[in-house]
Design a protein around this ligand. Structure first.
Ligand SMILES: C[S@@+](CC[C@H](N)C(=O)[O-])C[C@H]1O[C@@H](n2cnc3c(N)ncnc32)[C@H](O)[C@@H]1O
Length: 428
């Protein structure tokens, strides 16, 4: 990739950057975006593998180490290993780690076939013990609660760690279908009229899809000795030594958009015994906050960005709570950039996929704020790509009142018709 942009001023406005058509990947079919292990599990706002792959190939070499500090469902990790790079992923969400680790593990298909047979056999003899949690009763009918606990009991008997994780990942992905969570909603909404499918049959379909993906991945990665691992961490503090990373490929969370804590609560209830949803939610960068004590005069000191301070001040005039959430978000993102600066080698690059948006009528220029923050740490802007987002999986509108992602309605403005890929290089 050639450096295309030379912007001299310290504060830029990327609105005039032209759209690069060849970064939209609009001809990618579902089979292209779910190839090998990519289709194992739904995940909100995952990026398409083709985008991660192109960044990895253009910005690093074979044998390099690629990091994703917000690894989500592991798209960067999978694309790194299939293109011959080592990769590390971190995420605050334990379910993200379950999915990512499953997707980068090459497992002997015959082991999985035998294990699956054993699980189906054990299912009938396992004593169903549903987690003792009122949230489980809130989301599940008795029949599915019993069947799911039998299934989980049978999976937990599997001794091989990789095989057990594979089936737990499959189990996690059927939890929404088998609950009364409104199938088409990303928000925690109950649908009392939902027709709930049979648990074992749903699991069977899920596992057959995953077995196919693993078989292809197993053949593709034959003989490879690449490292790929994911760990549950707050990425403001990474367990990596200084200068050990060649490239970062990531897409950060947005402010007050997805509540990842809410979205993954079903898996957290069944697999991690979640009983304090509120505290879990607050661990995520971008989660909505209560109004904080921070004074608007301290906004710039907190975020190290004059633009972020300007945005905070504008929001303060209309809604103090949103101002606090946004300032806290930019403050956390600054801490992320500082940590990435520490772990990257000099000359290493960070590529960040991010869209700008608006909240309470105020433009939230994430891309411009990030660049200002990163420059202050010793990064230089190497490239800015503007791409259209053709994916049907991505939400395209925001609810004007709450700022949350919502279904498209004619009255709503498009929230992310385009997004930016920022590429920054560590200079010193
Ligand atoms: C936009 S998603 C990343 C999706 C990913 N690119 C993929 O393809 O699946 C942002 C991720 O940031 C994670 N996250 C939020 N706060 C975090 C923190 N403090 N440390 C690490 N990860 C965090 C969320 O759990 C979420 O998975």
């Amino acid at each position: 990739m050639q450096s295309l942009i030379s912007i001299a001023s310290s504060l830029e406005d990327f609105r005039s950057v032209p759209i690069s058509d060849d970064w939209a990947f609009s001809d990618a079919k579902r089979s292209d975006t779910t190839y090998i292990t990519h289709g194992y599990h739904r995940y909100p706002a995952k990026f398409i593998p083709q985008l991660a792959r192109r960044l990895i190939e253009e910005l690093s070499r074979q044998g390099d180490t690629v990091l994703d500090p917000f690894c989500g469902c592991g798209t960067t990790l999978v694309e790194s290993v299939v293109s011959g790079r080592h990769s590390y992923g971190y995420d605050i969400n334990p379910i993200s780690i379950l999915i990512s680790m499953t997707k980068v593990r090459r497992i002997d298909p015959s082991v999985l076939n035998d294990t699956y047979e054993q699980i189906q056999f054990d299912y009938w003899s396992v004593e169903p013990v549903p987690p003792n949690n009122e949230r489980i009763d809130y989301w599940y009918k008795e029949e599915q609660k019993t069947d799911l606990s039998r299934l989980l009991g049978a999976i937990q008997k599997v001794e091989d760690v990789d095989a057990r994780r594979f089936f737990l990942c499959g189990f996690s992905n059927i939890l929404k279908n088998c609950s009364i969570w409104h199938q088409k909603s990303n928000k925690p909404t109950r649908d009392f009229k939902k027709r709930i499918p049979d648990v074992l049959r749903t699991f069977g379909r899920q596992i057959r899809m995953m077995l196919k993906g693993n078989a292809t991945f197993y053949d593709l990665m034959r003989g490879e000795k690449l490292l790929a691992s994911a760990e549950c961490r707050d990425s403001r503090q990474l367990p990596l030594v200084n200068g050990s990373v060649d490239l970062v490929v990531t897409s950060p969370p947005y402010v007050t958009s997805y509540e990842y804590g809410d979205l993954h609560q079903l898996s957290m209830l069944w697999l991690e015994g979640l009983n304090d949803l509120k505290s879990f939610r607050q661990k995520f960068i971008g989660s909505a906050l209560r109004r904080s004590e921070s004074e608007s005069c301290a906004y710039e000191a907190h975020t190290r960005s004059s633009l972020a301070a300007e945005i905070g001040t504008k929001l303060e005039a209309t809604n103090g709570k949103t101002a606090s959430s946004v300032i806290s978000y930019f403050q956390s993102m600054y801490e992320i950039w500082a940590e990435l600066h520490r772990v990257l080698r000099v000359g290493g690059k960070v590529s960040v996929v991010i869209g700008n948006t608006s909240l309470k009528g105020v433009e939230i220029s994430n891309a411009e704020v990030f660049v200002e923050q990163m420059r202050s740490l010793g990064f230089r802007l190497f490239d800015v790509i503007k791409r259209e987002i053709p994916s049907k999986n991505l939400p395209s509108t925001r609810d004007k009142a709450t700022g949350r992602f919502a279904k498209k309605s004619a009255a709503d403005a498009l929230a992310y018709p385009t997004e930016f890929v920022l590429v920054l290089e560590k200079c010193h």
